[in-house]
Design a protein around this ligand. Structure first.
Ligand code: SF4
Length: 782
């Protein structure tokens, strides 16, 4: 079997040497790059061939790629690079990489066209001045062929290892047994649905209750489907760190040596051809890598990411090959874990940066576990790599009810006038006029607004032009004087770049609003606020061969489908619960927790909690819609019932403080923990058995009624005819069900949930509660 490699990948593997250098050098934007390439091609003669596809074989390798241009009259191949700033400042290793790419294309061109010699040119196009700098060298076809073969020889051993790994991986996954003797209730239904969606190349929304083993139930069938679907990678994307930890643990279990009953594995593929599951003597050869944020992985937080500052960036590419080999292991069984700790150990042993080592290793991993933003963000690395390398990927989205709010954040941008005012005094002379013009436009917009908050259908005239001028001025200045860019100016520049980029795709999915702070400073904030991320996410779903989004709270399906831009043929499964209604007493306390009635609700809520606690002492969680409400109830409770232990969630809690809060839920413990709906203790918290026997949930969890949410409601009403439900009701009830889901964790758990608000009696609200709950017909008397 031949291994196919792109010229770019080949050269990055063999010819990238020296330091890692992430010093900010403003490069040309993608649009400028395309325009620059087109400009260079347009300046050539009629015979000029732009974008020449090339391909060639060498032993077990197929090398392919697209050269930027060939001028047959001049006998010259062009490799075009767009840039901004001082060309002489380009690091030597980047120039060497450009030459390597150009020479490889030259060798492929000579072979395809039977040329005996060729001029090879690096054409550097300055996007600011539109000038070209051409570096030309003449080579014989033999010289170019020798160069390409040398690169291939350096890569062949790695390619052979990768081919062998892929074969072993796919063989093992095809006959992968389920890691346990049986499926849990509901787990098999989930796994079957995921497998069928993967085989059909579809997206799936899977609502599955807590306690059925969702992580194994989604990972296992996706892995099983990988060989048949020729998937290169599986991305497991989580909203929070605990989700990543669960996935890594599940992957360890799945790939450990197994002696499971074949029947359990066969059961998954009802209706599909299944080979007998063997007893595997060794662990499944699966390379699993964890991506963590830069601030968590960085070993030198006070340094900058280049060789003159950080020792782990110095000579990074010289030491990368050994680190890479250590990471994939000499044999599958010898491959180390590539989670945060494992990667750190390898990186430090080879004196390279762990954060950037992880990014390099994504290319050679089978499963990547990371945050949503690595795939769904505007510049999501995992999406970019899949696109550039033409990978077939499967995507799993854990706790997917978080994706709508997270994606809205990714595709929103804010700018603060205080930040603009802060950068102006120290701004370089070349940048100051553009900043002054931006300030003028900003003041004009603000001057026209009479209220503290207003939203607009369109972007104000002149704003985007003013921002583009600021971007060009700062970009040109930092290219010319990279050491003379104040940090606050650089931070402001990143904000304006992000804002401008989103402004260029402004549409009905977002609104533009301006807020004048009601304080002494009176800061003015401009915001591009995304309301419907569908148009941004849709291409990401289409780029994946299959995507499964799963969570305990995805009701109703159309809410997620509309807002996320899921494909029209998305499948839906609502997995049966393993729990019985007799395990959970759900009662409605019919009092009003509406904002105006909250003072009157405090005493009845305290009475209800005290009565329940007296009746069945143990560990409880009490959830409120805000910290203010939480504190009011908590104060009254402490005053009236000083004998009952209570503890509270605080606004900013460290990881340690969060651990202490949960520690108090001991098996033999007593007391009530006060927390907020939608907060750190309302989901992904596992307190089985006596560690938690009940929850009090005050309010429907509806987001606050404020001008921003009212704008959202109006827009969602226009787009989907469901403004109130999409803005308030569905997100609120999701929080309620997530919070209540803390009580019953296993099939032997028993507990109570009090839903404190009369609106829980309404049919439209009841429909959003889990089907297995039996809400008691006689309302609780308070
Ligand atoms: S260790 Fe930190 S400073 Fe050094 S290269 Fe890595 S991320 Fe940058």
């Amino acid at each position: 079997m031949k291994y196919t490699v792109a010229v770019r990948t080949l050269c990055e593997f063999t010819a990238k040497l020296g330091d890692l250098d992430l010093r900010f050098t403003p490069s040309a934007t993608a649009l400028e790059g395309m325009a620059g390439h087109a400009m260079v091609a347009a300046r050539r003669g009629d015979a000029y061939e732009a974008e020449v596809w090339l391909k060639g074989d060498y032993r077990d390798l197929v090398v392919r790629g697209r050269a930027d241009g060939f001028d047959p009259e001049a006998g010259r191949l062009d490799e075009v690079k767009t840039y901004r700033g001082d060309l002489a400042a380009m690091p030597q290793n980047r120039r060497a990489l450009h030459w390597a790419q150009a020479k490889c294309y030259g060798a492929l061109l000579c072979a395809e066209r039977g040329l005996a010699q060729l001029k090879v040119a690096l054409v550097y196009f300055d996007v600011t001045s539109q000038d070209e700098t051409m570096l030309v060298e003449a080579f014989s076809a033999d010289d170019l062929r020798t160069f390409l073969e040398l690169q291939c020889d350096r890569f062949l051993a790695w390619a052979a290892q990768e081919t062998a790994h892929r074969s072993a991986r796919d063989a093992a996954l095809a006959s992968l047994p389920f890691p346990y003797a049986t499926f849990r209730t509901g787990q098999r239904q989930l796994a079957e649905s995921v497998y069928k969606a993967a085989v059909a190349g579809r997206a799936l929304l899977a609502q599955a209750p807590t306690g059925i083993g969702k992580t194994v139930g989604t990972l296992y069938p996706q892995l099983k489907a990988m060989p048949g679907q020729k998937l290169d990678k599986l991305y497991f994307l989580a909203a929070k760190t605990p989700g990543r930890a669960l996935a890594l643990e599940a992957l360890r279990t799945i790939s450990a040596p197994h002696h499971a009953e074949p029947a359990a594995a066969d059961a998954l593929m009802a209706g599909a051809v299944v080979e007998a599951a063997p007893v595997l003597p060794a662990r499944t050869p699966l390379r699993v890598i964890e991506l963590v944020a830069r601030d968590k992985a960085c070993e030198h937080p006070t340094k900058a990411c280049h060789g003159d500052s950080c020792p782990l960036a110095k000579g990074f590419y010289d030491r990368l090959p050994a680190a890479r080999q250590a990471a994939v292991g000499a044999t599958p069984d010898a491959a180390p874990r590539l989670d945060r700790g494992g990667l750190r150990a390898i990186a430090l042993a080879h004196e390279v940066c762990p954060y950037y080592l992880a990014q390099e290793l994504v290319r050679w991993a089978d499963v990547v576990v990371g945050d949503y933003n690595y795939y769904f963000d505007l510049g999501g690395m995992l999406h970019g790599l899949a696109h550039a390398n033409d990978w077939r990927v499967g995507v799993l989205v854990d706790e997917a009810h978080n994706l709508v709010p997270r994606a809205r954040e990714m595709y929103s941008a804010t700018l603060s006038r205080a930040a603009l005012a802060g950068v102006r005094p120290r701004a370089p002379a070349t940048v100051a006029p553009a900043l002054r013009r931006l300030a003028r436009v900003w003041n004009e917009i603000t001057g026209r607004q009479l209220e503290p908050y207003a939203a607009y259908e369109d972007l104000p005239v002149g704003l985007v032009t003013a921002l583009q001028n600021v971007n060009s001025a700062i970009g040109d200045h930092s290219a010319a004087y990279p050491a003379d860019v104040p940090p606050e100016l650089l931070a402001f520049y990143f904000d304006t770049l992000h804002f401008t980029r989103l402004a260029e795709s402004f549409g009905t999915h977002s609104l533009f609003d301006l807020t004048i702070a009601d304080d002494a400073q009176g800061d003015v904030t401009l915001c591009l606020r995304n309301l419907v991320p569908a148009s941004f996410l849709k291409p990401r779903f289409l780029a994946a061969r299959t995507t499964t989004l799963f969570s305990a709270t995805l009701t109703p399906m159309h809410f997620h489908s509309d807002l996320l831009g899921l494909p029209s043929d998305v499948a839906w499964v609502d997995v049966e619960s393993p729990f019985d209604a007799s395990q959970l007493r759900v009662q409605v306390a019919p009092l009003s927790t509406r904002f105006a009635h909250r003072p009157a609700s405090l005493a009845p809520i305290v009475d209800l909690m005290a009565q329940q606690y007296a009746k069945a002492p143990g560990n409880y969680l009490a959830f409120f819609s805000s910290f203010d409400y939480l504190q009011q109830v908590s104060e009254l409770f402490r005053g009236l019932h000083p004998d009952v232990p209570v503890w509270e969630q605080a606004r900013q809690m460290t990881e340690g403080a969060r651990g202490d809060f949960l520690e108090r839920f001991r098996v033999d413990g007593r007391g009530i923990g006060f927390a907020v709906l939608g907060g750190a203790f309302a989901e992904a918290v596992d307190l089985p058995g006596q560690r938690l026997i009940g929850a009090f949930i005050a309010t429907l969890g509806l987001p606050q009624v404020n001008p921003v949410n009212e704008q959202m409601k109006a827009r969602l009403e226009t787009l989907f005819g469901a403004g109130h439900d999409y803005t308030y009701l569905f997100p609120g009830l999701q929080k309620v069900v997530q919070a209540a889901g803390r009580v019953i964790r296993t099939t032997t758990d028993e507990g109570v949930v009090f839903l404190i608000d009369d609106r829980f009696r309404r049919p439209e609200v009841r429909r959003l509660l889990p089907a297995w709950w039996r809400v008691e017909p006689r309302n609780h008397e308070v």
